[in-house]
Design a protein around this ligand. Structure first.
Ligand code: KG4
Ligand code: ZN
Length: 344
């Protein structure tokens, strides 16, 4: 079965075709990077206007890989920015109507998880894919720009939310802190670049909120504030050098990854699970990937850990099409509407 996925929940405009939920047939995306960079972040109406220009050529390119057509369409209907979501949802509805194909609405957060279900590619792109998809029950950690969630997944479409962030998401914490120390847009990934420049000569300590609490919730806003004051204090003292910024970025990355890895591995030991799944843009952070692998491989050597290949961590349509295959519940076009506040 060939499913066309469409994703426009934030600043990416993406389309992809997936065969039987696991094989990448095409993977196309455009980002409003230049506009965002100019304004220092996503400006929703400007992004949506740009997505309006991108959407048809992107879908056209994704469909070019399937001369015999597709069987169904999956589209992100929330959560996200309303203007952006509307472009994907309304385009998908028009296409479903014109091609007379079923349309499957997908929650963006559920979509992220399916970045771990791809096992083969028919494209020329190189992905580091697993040989088999995850097995159930699975413990899922979603870490993105807007969400940090721990979830038990007993089957496709069967989720139990264990905990989530009480305030900021992990990605948001990286982004805001990157901005504080004047890193380039999009800030978060540059925390990793800045941290790599730390020489270890300046030692700083930031808090690790809720790390030892016997619950599954996260909190990152206090860490963000501590980062801000550590930097302001250094500015007042005249010691906010590039070395200091690198040391601060390093410690922030250590604090966020310590919290995520510690809670994830504790939950993994508490529940009887078969696989461990990580998803979301922050899963692209190499220090997080490295710490997850080393901690979980030594503490739970028989439980397989899944982290998507780097290209499938941040927003894309591959995982939306895969999620639509494994959660195949087409709905009538009239009933599908964009839902920016959709929860897990
Ligand atoms: O999943 P995603 O693409 O969009 C949302 O659904 O939010 O995640 C984007 C988030 C941003 O906060 C971005 O800064 C973060 O993922 N991110 C990273 C890295 N790459 C992306 N954070 C830390 N290190 C990275 N290498
Ligand atoms: Zn996302």
């Amino acid at each position: 079965m060939l499913i066309l996925g469409i994703e426009t929940s934030c600043d990416e405009t993406a389309a992809a075709v997936i065969r039987d939920g696991t094989t990448i047939v095409s993977h196309v995306k455009a980002t409003s990077f230049d506009i965002n960079k100019k304004y220092g972040g996503v400006v929703p109406d400007k992004t949506a206007r740009e997505q309006l220009q991108f959407i048809l050529p992107i879908i056209h390119e994704a469909l070019a890989a399937c001369p015999d057509g597709i069987d169904a369409i999956g589209v992100t209907y929330g959560p996200g920015l309303i203007g952006s979501l509307l472009i994907g949802v309304e385009t998908a509805k028009a296409l479903a109507l014109a091609l007379n194909k079923p349309l499957v609405p997908i929650n963006h957060l559920v979509g992220h998880i399916y970045g771990n279900w791809l096992t083969a590619t028919e494209t020329k792109l190189t992905f580091d894919l697993p040989t088999n998809p995850p097995s159930f029950p699975a413990l899922v950690l979603i870490v993105s720009g807007g969400h940090s969630e721990l979830i038990l997944m007993s089957d496709h479409g069967k989720f139990k939310l264990l905990g989530s962030t009480l305030d900021d998401a992990a990605g948001e914490c990286f982004d805001k802190c990157g901005r504080v120390i004047d890193l380039p847009y999009p800030y978060g990934p540059y925390i990793e670049t800045a941290a790599a420049k730390s020489t270890g000569k300046i030692k700083l300590t930031l808090p690790r909120p809720l790390i030892h609490h016997r619950n599954w919730d996260f909190s990152f806003s206090g860490l963000k504030t501590a980062f801000l004051y550590a930097f302001k204090d250094a500015q007042v003292k005249g010691i906010a050098t590039e070395d200091f910024k690198a040391a601060l970025a390093f410690e922030l990355q250590e604090a966020v990854t310590d919290i995520l890895v510690s809670k994830f591995s504790r939950a993994a030991k508490e529940f009887n699970i078969s696989s461990l799944i990580v998803a979301g843009g922050v899963a692209a952070n190499n220090r997080l990937r490295e710490k997850l692998r080393s901690t979980l491989n030594s503490e739970l050597p028989t439980t397989k850990l899944f982290i998507p290949p780097l290209q499938l961590c941040t927003d894309n349509a591959v995982y939306i099409a895969s999620a639509a295959f494994f959660n195949y519940h087409p709905q009538s076009i009239a009933k599908i509407t964009a839902d920016p506040g959709l929860n897990f």
